[in-house]
Ligand binder design. Sequence first.
Ligand code: CP
Length: 326
Amino acid sequence: MNTSLKGKDYISTQDWSNDEIEIALETSADLKEKFKNDIPHRYLADKTIFLFFFDKSTRTRNSFEAGITQLGGHAHFIEASTSQVAHGESPKDTGIILSSYGHGIAIRHDLLPGEGNSYMREVAQHADKPVLNMQCDIDHPCQTLADLMTIRETFGNDLRGRKIAVSWAYAPSYAKPMSVPQGLIMLMTRFGMNVTLAHPPEYKLMDEPMQFAKENAEKSGAKFEVVSTMEEAFEGADIVYPKSWGIESLFHKPEEALKISKKYNHWICDEKLMQQAKRDSIYMHCLPADRGHEVTDAVIDGPHSVVYQEAENRLHTAKALMALTM
Ligand code: CP
């Protein structure tokens, strides 16, 4: 196991160099191979990770829990609402104490813009063990690493010139965090992909990730553009990633947000729209998807969809991140 990343936090992909992301991807591929072939890989025997959740989860929680077990360690699942955080315990105290009990802290705190990323950075400042971001308000670096792994498995490692459409889509279920589209525009521009972002006017992403995406694209020689329709974004795309997200200023006002989102309930990924993309294009979604709203069953269950491969890669990438840093 490569030891160069031991002790390093993983709060945003921006915090890791391209070489470090490459190490994470190589390790993920190796761990996937070992998992598929039943080859033991107990790199974290007897180690403990604390999984701290301020929000719900299926994939993230279970990929980390199953992953640490397969690596020979153990996870403690902590709901923020049943911990002393609910009584106001500080991120400093939480970080110092949990890091004195185990070997890593992973946090999901994604629902309120301006809170999650700064919370985990404060925990990390005081913890002397690595802090891993299981999704915050700004980035979902575990998801986007699995997405990059999935894209490489499909198109190979050289992704320069490939077009990815990151588009808003309608969902009535809840105001989904902004971190997945923001994470995608930051990471994919670094690896030479041409990123086209599409959203209705109210659904602008945060300034900081937009700025990073522009700078990353300039450095890698990729294009980064923003358009106003799904059709424009999908035109000639190799990868389409339509999903819903909320309005930055309205996460505290869900009813107002839902009213606005209903104006755009025609922003759905269907078979007609998929015809705008390349014939061998792939459809991606971090899941959970609002079937019948963000995407039709025919697309998510159809020949372009890689959503289950993408979800499976959450396991291999979570294991790589733990094995490399803890
Ligand atoms: N994609 C993702 O993070 O899934 P969960 O919300 O189920 O963890």
